[in-house]
Design a protein around this ligand. Structure first.
Ligand code: 13P
Length: 249
């Protein structure tokens, strides 16, 4: 997809179905600027209610999916189920999935293929932990995540991908990467896309920053040249805060 401004919320394991629906309806009433794409990532059991109340302005994402379309995988949800329901996006490779559920790059590559083959768009997450940032090796760390998880795709498949850079040390901590740190990493990600896929593909990729994005810092972060928006956790759970972030481009 051509490069877009994107405000994506990741509700994580929060809200009841009714609370999520209220939040979605409240966002639907917002006058979303025409150059901003808004996405909300909701728990699985919320998705059918959200789809039934779907508003063109607010795209719907799942937060995970399996790599098979069906089978004996108790408790799992498949990409074909999500696509059939009318879900638009799936978030893959969130650091919480990588860390707490041992999702590695090989598994994520399989999930990514399965999602794309079901015509789901993907928000593909990457980002380093604190010790890697302290050691100064974050570029190599993120490059490896993308090379192993994403770079098996061909250039034509990138149109359905959004990359989210989420430094783990900034998630839910209140500590945000500085606008310069975000810009440096986003420019680096674009440079490795450029090397692999060429400049048109690199320039077309939307790269989001995630990690303690709030109304107070969104404008400055989104204003960086290579930052195309945010993947927002905590602040996406409050309609007023998220609307404010949507208006920060
Ligand atoms: P916070 O905005 O709560 O730091 O979460 C970021 C995140 O993990 C979004 O996916």
């Amino acid at each position: 997809m051509a490069r877009k401004n994107i405000a994506a919320g990741n509700w994580k394991m929060n809200t009841t179905v009714n609370e999520g629906l209220d939040l979605y309806k409240s966002l639907s009433e917002h006058d979303v600027p025409s150059d901003v794409t808004v996405i909300v990532g909701a728990p699985f059991i919320h998705l059918s209610s959200l789809v039934a109340n779907k508003h063109d302005n607010i795209k719907i994402a799942a937060q995970n999916c399996h790599f098979e379309n069906s089978g004996a995988y108790t408790g799992e949800i498949s990409p074909s189920m999500l696509a059939d329901l009318g879900v638009d996006y799936v978030i893959l490779g969130h650091s919480e999935r990588r860390e707490y559920f041992n999702e590695g790059n090989d598994l994520l590559a399989k999930k990514l293929n399965a999602a794309l083959s079901n015509d789901l768009s993907v928000i593909f997450c990457c980002g380093e932990p604190l010790e890697i940032r302290k050691a100064g090796t974050q570029n190599a760390y993120v490059a490896k995540q993308l090379e192993e998880g994403l770079f098996h795709l061909d250039a034509s498949q990138l149109k359905d991908i959004v990359i989210a850079y989420e430094p783990i040390w900034a998630i839910g901590t209140g500590e945000t990467a500085s606008p310069e740190q975000a810009q440096d990493m986003h420019a680096f990600i674009r440079s490795i896309l450029d090397q692999k896929y060429g400049s048109d593909a690199a320039q077309d990729m939307s790269i989001l920053y995630g990690g303690s994005v709030k109304p107070a810092n969104a404008k400055e972060i989104f204003g960086q040249e290579d930052v195309d928006g945010g993947l927002v956790g905590g602040a996406s759970l409050k309609a007023d805060m998220f609307k404010n972030i949507i208006d920060s481009f």
